[in-house]
Design a protein around this ligand. Structure first.
Ligand SMILES: [Zn+2]
Length: 239
């Protein structure tokens, strides 16, 4: 039993050191992910904006061509007005002219609207492209410092992980699964010292009978409140 306890203490030390290494990376990995996502979204939006601009542009062109045709027609009808001989023909031509003039106004309205929309889209596109440039630059910086930090910690982490896997293979499975469960539930800390008669994980007092057993160091004892493994640390008691 004493051996298992010693192994669990060592395992906790290794895991704590590894946690510190990972914490050194900070929120860099998360920042990289967030930036990549934001840049992707922004680029997607810009493709939609660009398509909108092109569609409006072709709408403007087709309406311009339409207006030219309509105006030619109107000129022809106006020339024909001089040649008509009956009121009925005159009224028919006048109606035709009015109809075509109305169509010209409609087309001009569409050109105006599409032009205004393109102004808005181009402005948004420009803003967004600048934004994407800034985010790209930031992403490069964050990636570089992440890589650098990873490089620095990689070697140390590999050593810890090798020791950890050797050690955990030597610990009975039921203890490993208890350890893992408690560590996950208790903020990474599954093995703690008894300090001033209390569990140093949750600071609750440990009953005398348990304390006696902890000092005997011949069995594995866990805290009644937080489930962490408890051990007697002479060092900590002396503090
Ligand atoms: Zn506790």
């Amino acid at each position: 039993m004493q051996k298992v306890l010693q192994q669990l203490i060592e395992l906790q030390e290794l895991d704590t050191r590894r946690d510190v290494l990972i914490a050194r990376l900070g929120d860099l990995p998360e920042t990289v992910k967030t930036l990549e996502k934001q840049i992707g979204n922004e680029k997607e939006q810009n493709i939609i904006r660009q398509t909108g601009i092109e569609e409006n542009e072709s709408l403007i062109q087709s309406n311009k061509a339409k207006i030219e045709d309509l105006k030619e027609k109107i000129v022809r009808y106006k020339e024909q007005l001089y040649l008509v001989t009956t009121n009925r023909e005159y009224d028919a031509l006048t109606a035709e002219i009015e109809f075509n003039e109305e169509a010209v106004r409609t087309a001009e309205g569409q050109i105006l609207q599409a032009g205004e929309e393109n102004d808005r889209l181009r402005e948004a596109l420009e803003r967004s492209e600048k934004n994407v440039q800034d985010m790209d630059a930031h992403l490069v910086e964050v990636r570089n410092s992440l890589e650098e930090t990873q490089k620095q910690t990689e070697e140390e982490k590999a050593v810890i992980e090798a020791k950890r896997s050797e050690l955990s293979a030597a610990i009975p499975r039921n203890f490993i699964s208890m350890y893992t469960r408690v560590r996950n539930a208790r903020n990474g800390l599954a093995v703690v010292a008894l300090v001033r008669d209390a569990c140093s994980g949750c600071h609750n007092r440990v009953i005398p009978q348990k304390r006696v057993n902890i000092y005997k160091r011949n069995q594995v004892i866990t805290c009644d409140y937080c489930g962490r493994f408890l051990y007697a640390s002479l060092e900590k008691e002396e503090e």
